[in-house]
Design a protein around this ligand. Structure first.
Ligand SMILES: Cc1cc2nc3c(=O)[nH]c(=O)nc-3n(C[C@H](O)[C@H](O)[C@H](O)COP(=O)(O)OP(=O)(O)OC[C@H]3O[C@@H](n4cnc5c(N)ncnc54)[C@H](O)[C@@H]3O)c2cc1C
Ligand code: FES
Length: 355
């Protein structure tokens, strides 16, 4: 049997070393060895894992030019999730997070069964999965869920809506797309009793504990899932801090958890849930915020001028995230106090890949 060629990877400025096999993505090698390096989608779509190659021979493949532009590739930037090493390499981490490195959880595979599917809206479902053994994760993280689709398996990333308080029962808020390879299976072949496989946990958008300043949560669509987990984890922790939870939806029929949010408001001393409808109709009889969610975030946070250092968490569709991030910058929320999960479509369904 031929031995696998193994190279050494050194990460600066942290001085952490790991090994990578030839033909193994650098990010997968890090997960395998329990090393937490910056990442998001794991599919060359989001740019969270962008780093600088200092020394060595690397090939970057199958990525979106939205994540790594040609000029960045020419200046030595790489994506850890889409890079193979062909020699020992030294890599400079550009946005490493000490909290992330300290709280690294080794990625594992878990078997489970889909135990319940509940309708939240016309196109959004709450899925519950019972695992054979408990999973350790931080509130706000995500897993890759694999389910049978005909004779094959389709796997997609989904954020837990639940917390560590139920480590064997995980919940997910999932939006159905009519053509979606995974999400269109919900209510058809993906029903309670279906065996599922979960791989994880992944992600850097998890709740940071022990912060006194206000917490701002901004989501849209299924971006509710990790934000709901972060909110529940905050409540379970017993900490108190001002919280503003902005949620963008099209019309009233896209809103859910309204009774649950009222119950949260009764538990916390300074909490506001602010739904924002972008396409409210007369039939909605809506007296709340209208327009785009990022516009409401900017106006309301300016008006309120909350004292203290703000932490912001934002999750959901890429166009919403791209609109929210500049607003957070203009509001003076520091980059290292901004936690993001861009729900990029799987690379299998995007046309703009560099091979
Ligand atoms: C880190 C991360 C966390 C995520 N967490 C969640 C979550 O908690 N809940 C959740 O519902 N999703 C989440 N997603 C998105 C999820 O992984 C899938 O991309 C999504 O469910 C679509 O998969 P699919 O197989 O159904 O569609 P695909 O087969 O991948 O796509 C088929 C078609 O569906 C449509 N479509 C797919 N995605 C989108 C989109 N984002 N916007 C508009 N049209 C789309 C398009 O027409 C596309 O061509 C997350 C993604 C990432 C990267
Ligand atoms: S994790 Fe590498 S581009 Fe998203």
């Amino acid at each position: 049997m031929s031995e696998k060629t193994v190279h050494t990877v050194r990460f600066e400025p942290v001085g952490v070393e790991m090994e990578v096999e030839e033909g193994e993505w650098l990010l997968d090698a890090a997960f395998r060895q329990g090393i937490a390096v910056p990442h998001g989608c794991r599919e060359g779509q989001c740019s969270s894992c962008k780093c600088l190659l200092v020394d060595g021979d690397i090939e970057v493949q199958d990525y979106s030019t939205f994540a790594l532009a040609d000029y960045e590739r020419e200046t030595g930037h790489i994506l850890l999730c889409r890079s193979y090493a062909f020699s020992d390499v030294t890599i400079e981490l550009l946005n490493f997070d000490e909290d992330l490195m300290r709280r690294a959880i080794a990625v594992k595979t878990f078997d489970g069964v889909l135990s319940a599917v509940t309708s939240l809206t016309h196109d959004t479902r709450l899925l519950e999965v019972q695992l054979e053994r408990p999973m350790k994760f931080w509130a706000g993280q995500f897993v890759e869920i694999g389910v049978p689709s005909g004779a094959s398996i389709v796997a997609r990333s989904y954020s837990m809506a639940s917390t560590q308080s139920t480590p064997k029962t995980l919940q997910f808020i999932i939006r159905k797309y009519p053509d979606g390879a995974f999400s269109s299976l919900i209510d058809s072949t993906l029903t309670p009793g279906t065996a599922v496989t979960l791989k994880g946990p992944f992600g850097m958008c998890f709740r940071r504990e022990g912060r006194a300043g206000p917490m701002v949560l901004v989501g849209g669509g299924s971006g509710m899932s990790p934000l709901w987990a972060i909110l529940q984890d905050h409540i379970e922790s017993g900490e108190q801090r001002p919280i503003r939870f902005f949620y963008g939806a099209r019309t009233r029929k896209d809103l859910f958890f309204l009774a649950e949010f009222a119950a949260v408001a009764a538990k916390l001393v300074d909490f506001e849930f602010i739904p924002v409808l972008s396409q409210a109709t007369e039939a909605d009889a809506w007296s709340g915020e209208t327009g785009f969610v990022h516009e409401a975030v900017e106006r309301i946070l300016r008006e309120q001028a909350l004292p203290g250092e703000l932490d912001a968490y934002t999750c959901g569709p890429p166009p919403m995230i791209d609109a929210v991030l500049p607003v957070l910058r203009r509001l003076g929320i520091a980059l290292d106090h901004t936690y993001v999960d861009k729900f990029t479509p799987a690379s299998a369904s995007t046309p703009n890949l560099v091979h």
